[in-house]
Design a protein around this ligand. Structure first.
Ligand code: ZN
Ligand code: ZN
Length: 586
């Protein structure tokens, strides 16, 4: 039988209230205060109960929160709103939706606060149907033009992948606050539409809206995806000029942007100036060095982190192991892997296993890598593990093992066109053209298409996108002419196209054409045409670079005396004077 509750208002200075404040969001002290309230009869005060409930929820004990809630006979709108808001904020989206429903059952009208929290919970749960129902309710209750509700709805539709509706809502927002702009920009960025995100950011600046740190976190992430270093520099300059406080989130975004746009020393500079460095920031800087092949530097930072930083987590160890793999630090990598469980009590997962197979494989220890996979005792190893093993077989030209591995890969993931391409390439390298034909037929039967590759380049703060054989650019004629000239100059120096690089489903003639006009070559030609001598060409490619492009770009760097940096799906390639930083292992 719940005890009667009256609406006695307890003053914030009352001893009961003070007791709650002292307990804070900690379960044990809260339960002690709760017991004391039962004895003294203080639970009759609804404000005190509300405070107790929100503290319990913030403390993370949702079961206790529910038990307390059931003991309240007449919950009021303030209690409901506090619960909806706190549960959403504390990461209990299901419970937010539950309290919202209870609120409606009790015939209490939701406020804009309620809606903002419930919509956030729906975004978290990715439940489009429920979110749409809440949206209708928003309109019925007349909160359609509330700026906070609108921003939450934009984020909700963005998170659900419905960018069209998100943008419509954004366009219809009468007074667009910075929150609304941020919601739309981050929706684009999170759906991989980085160009749209940057386009909208430019519009925001034109309209005179002042960006805030949240805006920059999204914009920097979009810059990272596109390799838009120029805009990244601009954002950093803006932050410095306007003396914005660089918190750990913004600082980490800057590190990631510089690293992924190919400027590791700037990433290090940002890290050195950060006042506060959490495990994410440390992981970002270690990974920055690792992805550029500076394994020793990554190891040095890892040791420094162990000495003075926070405790490394699973992600940190992926970064360290991947750095070891990319730099051939086999002994160090083995030690780090062993230390995971011994020193940190962490259980290695698929990502760590992939790094280890990659590391052993790259170093030519194929038998050991294969044994390592077998010893993992997986019922069925993850495709990523086989892919790493296959890459190693290809690199060290062990085609017999390669074919075996590729067949495993196909058995695990029969619907991934990438695996068929890998298998067909390895058969071709092994000279088994009959098998190449079979794979080609299998692909046709399954109506599979190769993933479309594209490359981006930033010139004068604008990002240009090229796909294979792209003729949509208005300077197409000049680009193709220049590329043809360039390739013939490369041929004079000894460049011969690598024919195995294109899937063998293409006809002979088409194959050579496709090779010559791969997206990265077009983007580089455009960059060389449009930028001054001495400046570095930076390209981002969405897929792994093919062997022919890798070879061709080495020659291009010699012929043009320009430094070319390509970020492909896996790593960075710094091309200079006919050599690549990956030492042809990628
Ligand atoms: Zn290529
Ligand atoms: Zn390379």
């Amino acid at each position: 039988m719940p005890m009667p509750v009256d609406r006695l208002v307890s003053s914030p200075r009352s001893p009961e209230h003070q007791a709650l404040l002292r307990a804070g969001p900690r379960i044990r002290p809260l339960k002690q205060v709760h017991a004391h309230f039962i004895v003294s009869g203080s639970l009759r005060s609804l404000p005190l109960l509300t405070k107790l409930l929100t503290l319990a929820c913030t403390a993370g004990s949702i079961a206790y929160t529910h038990r307390l809630f059931f003991s309240v006979p007449n919950p009021d709108s303030f209690l409901f709103n506090s619960l909806v808001k706190t549960s959403s904020f504390s990461g209990f989206p299901f419970d937010t939706v539950y309290f919202y429903h209870r609120m409606l059952q009790c015939r209490i009208s939701p406020s804009s606060y309620t809606f903002t929290s419930v919509i956030k919970a729906c975004a978290h749960l990715s439940t489009l149907r429920l979110g749409k129902r809440v949206h209708s309710h928003v309109l019925v209750c007349g909160y359609g033009s509330d700026p906070f509700v609108q921003a939450a709805l934009i984020t909700f539709y963005g998170k659900s992948g419905d960018l069209g509706v998100a943008r419509k809502l954004f366009d219809k927002t009468p007074e667009r606050t910075v929150v609304a702009w941020n919601s739309m920009i981050s929706s684009y960025e999170q759906n991989g539409c980085s160009r749209e995100a940057i386009g909208l950011f430019n519009l925001m600046r034109e309209r005179g809206v002042q960006p805030d740190p949240t805006t920059f976190v999204s914009v920097l992430s979009a810059c990272s995806q596109l390799g838009a270093l120029g805009l990244g520099y601009w954002v950093h300059d803006y932050i410095i000029e306007n003396e914005l406080y660089v918190n750990v989130v913004l600082g980490t975004s800057l590190i990631n942007m510089y690293a992924r746009c190919g400027n590791v020393s700037k990433a290090q500079e940002v890290f050195d100036l950060m006042n506060e460095r959490n495990v994410i920031a440390w992981t970002a800087i270690i990974s920055a060095h690792g992805m550029h092949g500076y394994g020793n530097q990554a190891m040095k930072l890892f040791l420094q982190m162990k000495a003075e930083g926070p405790r490394p987590n699973n992600v940190t160890l992926v970064a360290v192991l991947s750095a070891c793999a990319h730099s051939g630090l086999v002994q160090e990598g083995r030690k780090v892997y062993a230390s995971m469980s011994q020193e940190y009590g962490l259980v290695p997962g698929v990502e760590h296993h992939v790094c280890l197979v990659d590391m052993l494989g790259r170093a030519g220890l194929l038998t050991e890598a294969y044994q390592f996979i077998k010893d993992l005792n997986y019922l069925e190893p993850a495709p990523a593990i086989w892919t790493a093993m296959l890459g190693a077989c290809k690199m060290h030209k062990n085609f017999i093992l390669g074919v075996e591995v590729a067949e495993h890969l196909l058995a695990v993931e029969p619907d991934n066109p990438g695996h068929y391409v890998m298998l067909s390439n390895i058969y071709a390298l092994a000279g088994r053209m009959d098998r190449v034909e079979i794979v080609r037929k299998m692909m046709n039967q399954r109506r599979m298409k190769k993933q479309v590759g594209f490359s981006t380049i930033e010139v004068d703060h604008k990002t240009y996108l090229f796909s294979m054989g792209d003729k949509s650019h208005h300077e197409t004629t000049e680009i193709y002419q220049y590329l043809d000239e360039l390739m013939s100059r490369c041929s004079e120096l000894g460049y011969v196209p690598a024919p195995n690089s294109v899937l063998h489903e293409l006809e002979e003639e088409e194959r050579e054409y496709a090779l010559r006009y791969h997206s990265e070559k077009l983007a580089i030609a455009f960059g060389l045409l449009r930028t001054g001598h001495g400046s570095i060409i930076r390209i981002v490619k969405n897929l792994r670079m093919c062997e022919d492009c890798h070879l061709g770009i080495k020659y291009m760097s010699t012929v043009t005396k320009r430094e070319i940096i390509v970020r492909d799906k896996l790593r960075f390639h710094h091309f200079k004077d006919g050599h690549c930083s990956c030492l042809d292992y990628w």
